[in-house]
Design a protein around this ligand. Sequence first.
Ligand SMILES: [Cu+2]
Length: 154
Amino acid sequence: MKLRNLLQLVAAIVRWSGYLRTVRIVTRQLHWLLSLVALFFAGCDRPPSNATSPTVASYAVRGVLQSADATKGRAVIAHEEIPGYMVAMTMEFTAVQPAELAGLVPGDVLTFELRVTEQESRITQVKKVGHTTPPATIATEDATGTAPGCGAGG
Ligand SMILES: [Cu+2]
């Protein structure tokens, strides 16, 4: 009687550990499968190099145009402080649509929307709201783009 109980106990333990091992194997396989699925979706999510990724933040900005290249869609703008993102500085921006920069001349006072994604920042909704002569530069602490928040520039 006692021996049988002992054997049953041993059998139960063996069964339990076997069950645990099975769970561990299933978990490991599940984990592997999930990793594969995650990898697949991550791969699908990655946009082609030229596509725009989802905007993570956008800011209404005001600044004075220093120079613009409507062909390349680039503009150097002395922008005012962008609260929570950038101090005032002179820096180069890339327009979502290069044509938005057409007709603009140095000294134009602009308002625009700065759209920031995980990869880059771009400007859009560029509007001329005035003009100053000569182009006013905004006092900067660092115009080289190394200030906090300027790493997102593309
Ligand atoms: Cu800046």
